[in-house]
Design a protein around this ligand. Sequence first.
Ligand SMILES: [Ca+2]
Ligand SMILES: [Ca+2]
Ligand SMILES: [Ca+2]
Length: 164
Amino acid sequence: MKSTISSSMIYVSKMKASIIWFIIIANHAQGISCKACCDDGWISYKFHCYLIGHKERTFMEAHHFCYQQGAYLVRIDNYWENKFLKDLLRNLKVSDTWTGLSDQRSEGIWRWFNTDRHASMSDWGPGEPNNNGNEDCVGFWPRINYDWNDYECNSKLRPLCEKP
Ligand SMILES: [Ca+2]
Ligand SMILES: [Ca+2]
Ligand SMILES: [Ca+2]
């Protein structure tokens, strides 16, 4: 009887181990497949794909451009996504680039355009956002290390699109 219990316990712990291995391998495979899942020209980071549009556009034009790609103007959820994007833009020496952040609806209340959710983090350049004139749309500012700046929404910047 004792030996039956211990052998079934060993069986259960082996099952657990193989389930854990399965999860590890499945996650790894997902990571690999997602790298491949980004279309040509898109850049992969943590299961999301990013595209830097070539043509400079107004904020709304940039929004439409991303929408046409089945994407949205980038929504920056955390420090690491922000760092990844800044490093990418810096390495490629990209000019001013739109994010999806805006306070058009209510001055000083920053929301992501695609979800209407409030920003959970920020990376403003020194003295920004300054709403200089009337600036309601946010982009990466190459002159200040790609920190965030509020621009006039009719300024023409390059779109930065994201899709899951
Ligand atoms: Ca994002
Ligand atoms: Ca503003
Ligand atoms: Ca500004």
